[in-house]
Write a protein that binds this ligand. Structure first.
Ligand SMILES: [Zn+2]
Ligand SMILES: [Zn+2]
Length: 341
């Protein structure tokens, strides 16, 4: 089968033929229809410091996908050939304290699809049945392909109650934009989102941000003044991993404010801990999606009318992967989809 592979320990990707994945009695083999390109995939293509320590070659990339079940193992129940499915890309150990307690997203031995094992940028992908999400309600194929990052957005946005709250989102990448859409749908009052890309800020306005702020020329304190906020933001969603964004966020939170942090910093950085203490701010790290509470939430949010259409800004056939990756790497648009069918 055709697959997008990191073949050797150097920058770049290769479209090449690889054997179909082997499956066991508990596994599901999925014919891939569409996939989403993630920042993780860009890191692996670029072969940066993170990728070099996280990925062994050769490796088939990709973890954001929708597909159709091609076959199921003898022990698999409730999933049938022909089902439309996406997959939870974190494979957990099932044995650690958190796994045993049902808190699988907190597993200490998570293996990432397309990172620690072969992924979904291929004609077929295999997953344990316990990682397969069956779409039982009608769903747009492009949106189904990005359930993984949509789940990051939902997990982060709904970590703290935000009905009537003033929400600050730093970083208007696809996940930040989807978090803005979720916050609007879920009843936040003001939603301020920051970035330095005018195109991304425009998409954020389309999904319901109150104010999309270019922080290269306007600071967040100015946004507070424009909106008439007097005590700061109640909820912060940090989506950029950038030190200056986290510092700005801490500076603009209300006393008792709560920050959910999904953006992954490239290295250690300093923040004003005295401010966090005296403002009594909660900071919670978010990684992945709750299995499968977040997946349930995604499905019902879409059923309830949440519109993620503006988030998809590019579609390519898989043969044109280099152009698709280049567009994703420019970081000026939304989600880029690869078509495999
Ligand atoms: Zn991803
Ligand atoms: Zn575990």
């Amino acid at each position: 089968m055709k697959a997008l592979v990191k073949l050797t320990a150097e920058p770049g990707l290769r479209l090449t033929d690889v054997p179909e994945p082997r499956t066991g009695p508990g596994d599901v083999l999925i014919k891939v229809l569409r996939t989403g390109i993630c920042g993780t995939d860009l890191h692996i293509r670029a072969w940066d410091g993170w990728a070099r320590q996280a990925v062994d070659v050769p490796r088939v990339l990709g973890h954001e996908f929708v597909g159709e079940v091609a076959s199921v193992g003898a022990d698999v129940q409730d999933i049938a050939v022909g089902d439309l499915v996406s997959g939870e890309g974190h494979l957990v150990c099932g044995k650690c304290r958190n796994c045993l307690a049902g808190r699988r997203h907190l597993c200490r031995s998570t293996v990432g699809l397309g990172v620690g094992r072969d992924g979904a940028f291929a004609e077929y992908v295999a997953l344990p049945a316990s990682n397969v999400w069956v779409h039982r309600a009608p769903v747009d194929l492009d949106i189904a392909a990005i359930f993984d990052p949509f789940g990051n957005a939902v997990h982060t946005a709904l970590t703290f109650p935000l009905v009537g709250e003033d929400v600050l989102i730093t970083g208007a990448g696809p996940i930040g934009i989807m978090a803005a859409a979720v916050a609007r749908h879920a009843g936040a009052r003001n939603i301020v989102i920051t970035d330095v890309s005018p195109e991304r800020l425009e998409i954020a306005r389309k999904v319901g941000a109150t104010l999309a702020l270019d922080v290269s020329n306007t600071d967040i304190a100015e946004a507070q003044r424009r909106l008439g906020l007097k005590e700061g933001f109640d909820i912060g969603l940090e989506m950029s991993g950038r030190p200056e964004a986290m510092r700005d966020m801490v500076d603009n939170m209300t006393h008792g404010g709560r920050i959910a942090m999904l953006g992954l910093p490239a290295k250690e950085f300093a923040v004003d801990w005295a401010k966090i203490v005296t403002s009594m701010i909660t900071v919670k790290g978010i990684y992945g999606r709750e299995m499968f509470e977040t997946w349930y939430a995604m499905t019902v949010l879409l059923e309830g009318g949440l519109d993620l259409g503006p988030v998809i800004t590019g579609t390519y056939d898989y043969e044109d992967f280099d152009a698709a990756f280049d567009e994703a790497a420019r970081a000026t648009g939304g989600k880029i989809i690869l078509n495999w069918a």
